[in-house]
Design a protein around this ligand. Structure first.
Ligand code: KIV
Ligand code: ZN
Length: 506
């Protein structure tokens, strides 16, 4: 039986304060419900004194979510604590998270104070918070750059004042894993009343070490990890939830585990990325688009023989359907044959050898080999013609009436028109296109990003479309975002090789 590591998610507080990532209350509730389904133990819902919007979000999340503890941030200031207690009043389980800076930078330069006075203020804040709620967490801001002996005095004093959790943030992402682990060990070994509270880690990623530092903290006695989905957060971000959870799952020998339902990790990642308009880098651990994509021939061959040859995580355990075998000039015959099988072709060894030579020539000159290119290689002109889908005309009506779109598409060498409605012009246009194809496709991800600023800006669209377990990524850019979205949708449909529905059925 593993020892429990508590997950404290601060996506809605440390993550949401990133410029451009702001959410409205409805969106925050959606994320909070996702976090609840994921199984996080504590949701840091906001910093209520900072704005009426944050206050309201903490209040609404308190009403909408029942299993996790709802936490609100404060400075070590009485008014902050009163407002946080008010915002949390409707929460079933509540926590106030108060704290103050403890590094020489914060004590002397930021707070213009003294070490003893900081301890007095910390103790007073914890006691005041305790007069409102039982569960009080104290954060020793910039603990990463504080002196261990002084930090131990602070931790002892706030635990004596009633703190149930003591958070040791590496606020500036300065620490090296070995040093951060040693800091936690120092506290565990030297604070006499440390067993009366849980020690938490809260690491930032300025040197790319947030996850490593968090794990070093846990291996040295911390039992709560403060994390965000996709690692979003101030500057280079916070520790990412998915990395810590999966690192502990992959290394069961340490006997430490969280309560997270890992199958929901990808879903949570996509929700946060799309609501916060914060794309996930393709090579991001666990949740990046390439996290389960194999492109070199040796790796592809190995994965096709046994997934575990090159994968330490089963993609399905984090909610990804299957690994991706990406076709590039480095792919081997095994990968090419596998892709043809998925397309419904059973090639003999001689046919595969022949088509492989052509494939290598093409792959040398083209970065992204798509299914439609493979059809060319085997000379399947009939399917190809059906795949020649082009946008000929697009007309949308939007505003206060029912959004409607009329789309003319060229399939092969003939044009076809359809009109449909939707909950917006893009939805209406996609519905019109769907009515003209045989296959039932599902749009599983949709992201519009502006390239610069201003209302005349280009919109860059990424659309992920699924068909019977296969996934295609469509991309397009245009100053007309509806048009860019339709082009991105068609781009994905071409990759999936959809076919035109007979006229009378549409
Ligand atoms: O990074 C930090 O120190 C924080 C505290 C407010 C917990 O976010
Ligand atoms: Zn932080």
């Amino acid at each position: 039986m593993s020892e429990r590591i508590y997950v404290f998610d601060t996506t809605l507080r440390d993550g949401e304060q990133v410029p451009g990532c702001q959410l409205n209350t409805i969106e925050k509730i959606e994320v909070a419900r996702m976090l609840e389904a994921l199984g996080v133990d504590v949701i840091e819902a906001g910093f209520p004194i900072s704005s009426p919007g944050d206050f309201n979000s903490v209040r609404e999340i308190s009403k909408s979510v029942s299993s996790p503890v709802i936490c609100a941030l404060t400075r070590a200031v009485r008014k902050d604590i009163e407002v946080a207690a008010d915002a949390l009043s409707l929460a079933r389980r509540k926590r106030i998270h108060t704290g103050i800076g403890v590094s020489p930078y914060h004590i002397y330069d930021k707070l213009r104070s003294t070490p003893d006075e900081i301890i007095e203020r910390a103790v007073a804040a914890v006691k005041y918070a305790k007069s409102f709620v039982e569960d009080v967490e104290f954060y020793a801001e910039d603990a990463g750059r504080s002196e261990n002996e002084y930090l131990a005095r602070v931790v002892e004093a706030v635990i004596a004042a009633g703190a149930t959790v003591v958070n040791i943030p590496d606020t500036t992402g300065y620490c090296m894993p070995h040093d951060f682990g040693a800091k936690i060990k120092y506290l565990v070994d030297n604070v006499p009343n440390v067993d009366r509270a849980i020690i938490a880690t809260h690491c930032h990623n300025d040197l790319g070490m947030a996850t490593a530092n968090t794990l070093a903290g846990v291996l040295n006695g911390a039992r709560q990890v403060e994390v965000t989905i996709n690692g979003i957060g101030e500057r280079a971000g916070n520790t990412s939830l998915e990395e810590v959870v999966m690192a502990l799952r992959c290394h069961k020998g340490y006997g430490l585990d969280t309560n997270i339902d890992s199958h929901l990790i990808t879903k949570a990642s996509k929700l946060v990325s799309s609501l916060m308009n914060m794309p996930v880098q393709p090579n991001k651990a666990i949740v990046g688009r390439n996290a389960f994509a194999h492109s070199s021939g040796i790796h592809q061959d190995g994965v096709l023989k046994n997934r575990e040859n090159y994968e330490i995580i089963d993609p399905q355990s984090v909610g990804v359907d299957e690994s991706v075998i990406a076709l590039t000039a480095r792919s081997g015959r095994a990968a090419l044959g596998h892709r043809f099988e998925l397309l419904g072709y059973e090639l003999t060894q001689a046919e595969l050898d022949e088509v492989y030579e052509k494939f290598l020539k093409l792959a040398d000159s083209k970065k992204d080999i798509r299914d439609v290119d493979l059809l060319y290689l085997v000379g399947d002109m009939e399917t190809l013609r059906a795949n020649h889908i082009k946008l000929r005309q697009l007309q949308v009506m939007t505003g206060m009436l029912v959004p409607t779109a009329t789309v003319i598409i060229r399939f092969g060498d003939s044009d076809r028109m359809a009109t449909a409605t939707g909950n917006g012009p893009i939805d209406a246009a996609c519905n019109a296109i769907k009515s003209m194809i045989n296959e039932k496709v599902v749009i599983s991800e949709f992201l519009i990003q502006s390239m610069s600023k201003g209302s005349n800006d280009m919109g860059r669209v990424h659309m992920q479309v699924q068909l019977n377990g296969r996934t295609a990524q469509g991309f397009a850019a245009h100053t007309d975002t509806v048009r860019a979205s339709v082009e991105a949708f068609l781009d994905a449909l071409r990759i999936l090789g959809v076919t035109e529905k007979p006229e009378q059925e549409s």
